[in-house]
Ligand binder design. Structure first.
Ligand SMILES: [Ca+2]
Length: 467
């Protein structure tokens, strides 16, 4: 069957090779196939999703007539965040000093064992980015060319926000420093094609990515019924079926185009987590897109990013491009605890941990709200640890299962260990208090963290040895 198809296609191609010089090849076509196609002039974009590509409209038409494809459509351009701006100025660690995110590096959740795909302009060597954690890479537009150097100065910043290991106050800091990276370079300069984004998604799935970051999107208004979006949705659905979580920048046209129906894709596609940007104070950034593609918001204005071009290696970056990777990093933490979590479960967790802002409930500026790493840590660790308060105002920490803790009395006099329950007698008047504890079975010192404002444990740095 395949051979027959190949033969038929070959005949088409022989015919069209003659005509090729006469046709305009600048724009290619995405093919929505009924089955696998092996045919000169046709390249696979995402075979599992039935998506292929050709530069020859006549070939696309012939394949349609012969029933090999259900439809085809013109490829469209996708841009790295057009409004992303970078400023040569120090600062910008606010995103890690906000109460909602400040405890993140301490939570013992680092994304270890999770793989994040970065579909962007490549990556350049940077002192804060753990290049050894790159487990696979490809130049999507030019697979023969192994070079994935960041030629635009965007992907490196995105990578730093996901897994940068720099110090707060000097370096690029990410929320999931131990993740593995897959680099799918599909952008040389500002723009790429939707077909390359589809091929990049396919590549990331094939490399076993748990999470994909797409800090890019369509700039011009696209009809939601445009066939290219149907193709893109097929690619997203196939990736989601494979267990991937896709996170995308919602776009930066909030100020210019204050229309609710201006949606950037892929953020606007079903099952893609669209991210809006926040400025200092965790407030909506005015240029961040306002529409129902925004699932939640994250810091994205004047954040300190790794930069491959500036002299000191850093810039202040702004745009939803830089909000999305913070969410991708947080999703990696979710995947660390729940490796099999699908997009619906991840979305439910994200809904729970967001801090509602703006109009009550979901709104098109903040989505479900401002992302909170602190709430995420509580959410992810709640099965390990909980706190009770009795009538004498005694707080007790309990561990699930047969685990026990022994409090190091000398460290904090207001607590004691009673029947393997950690009792905290006098709550310290601090937002977050760190308590060292020993786990009896391993005798290893652990820490947990306590939010005395909300009387909730931020069980962190507790890498319990399972039975
Ligand atoms: Ca709201």
């Amino acid at each position: 069957m395949c051979k027959m198809r190949y033969a038929v296609c070959t005949a088409f191609v022989l015919m069209f090779l003659i005509c090729m010089e006469l046709s305009a090849l600048a724009q290619g076509y995405i093919l929505n196939a009924t089955d696998k196609i092996a045919c000169p002039g046709v390249t696979p974009l995402y075979e599992e999703a039935g998506l292929y590509y050709t530069e020859q409209i006549t070939l696309a038409e012939q394949l349609l007539q012969a029933g090999y494809i259900k439809s085809y459509c013109e490829d469209i351009l996708v841009s790295i965040d057009s409004a992303q701006t970078k400023v040569q100025q120090a600062g910008g660690w606010w995103y890690f000093t906000e109460p909602e995110l400040q405890a993140l590096p301490l939570f013992g959740l680092t994304g270890k064992g999770v793989t994040v795909g970065i579909i962007d302009s490549g990556i350049s060597d940077h002192q804060d980015i753990p290049m050894q954690q790159i487990i696979a890479y490809r130049n999507i537009a030019d697979p023969e060319n192994g070079d994935i150097t960041d030629t635009f100065g965007h992907g490196t910043g995105v990578a730093g926000l996901i897994c940068g290991q720099g110090e707060i106050g000097s370096g690029a800091c990410g929320v999931a420093p131990d993740v593995n990276l897959v680099i799918a370079k599909c952008i040389e300069q500002e723009q790429t094609k939707m077909s390359d984004v589809i091929a990049a998604i396919a590549y990331c799935v094939a490399q076993g990515c748990d999470v994909m970051n797409l800090s890019l999107g369509t700039e011009a208004a696209v009809d939601p019924a445009h066939p290219v979006l149907l193709s893109m949705q097929k690619a997203v659905d196939a990736a989601v079926d494979a267990g991937c979580i896709l996170v995308a920048a919602a776009g930066n046209n909030g100020s210019d185009l204050n229309e609710e129906d201006f949606i950037s894709y892929p953020a606007g596609l079903k099952n893609v987590i669209g991210v809006g940007s926040l400025q200092s104070g965790m407030l909506h950034a005015s240029n961040s897109q306002k529409n129902n593609s925004v699932f939640l918001s994250a810091p994205g204005i004047n954040v300190w990013i790794a930069d491959s071009f500036s002299q000191n290696g850093y810039m202040l970056g702004s745009g939803t491009s830089y909000a999305a990777p913070i969410v991708s990093g947080l999703v990696a933490l979710i995947k660390q605890i729940y490796p099999d979590a699908g997009v619906e479960q991840v979305q439910e967790i994200l809904r729970q941990i967001c801090v509602d802002r703006g109009p009550a409930g979901y709104d098109i500026a903040y989505g479900y709200g401002a992302v909170s790493g602190r709430n995420l840590a509580i959410c992810l660790r709640q099965t390990d640890f909980w706190i009770t308060q009795d009538e004498n105002n005694v707080f007790a920490a309990n561990l699930s299962g047969d685990r026990t803790v022994q409090f190091v009395q000398a460290e904090y006099e207001g607590a004691r260990n009673v029947n393997n329950r950690l009792q905290i007698l006098n709550m310290p008047d601090m937002t977050t208090q760190q308590f060292p504890v020993y786990e009896s079975r391993t005798q290893k010192q652990k820490f947990f963290f306590w939010d005395s404002t909300n009387l909730i444990p931020l069980a962190a740095h507790v890498d319990w040895v399972s039975n």
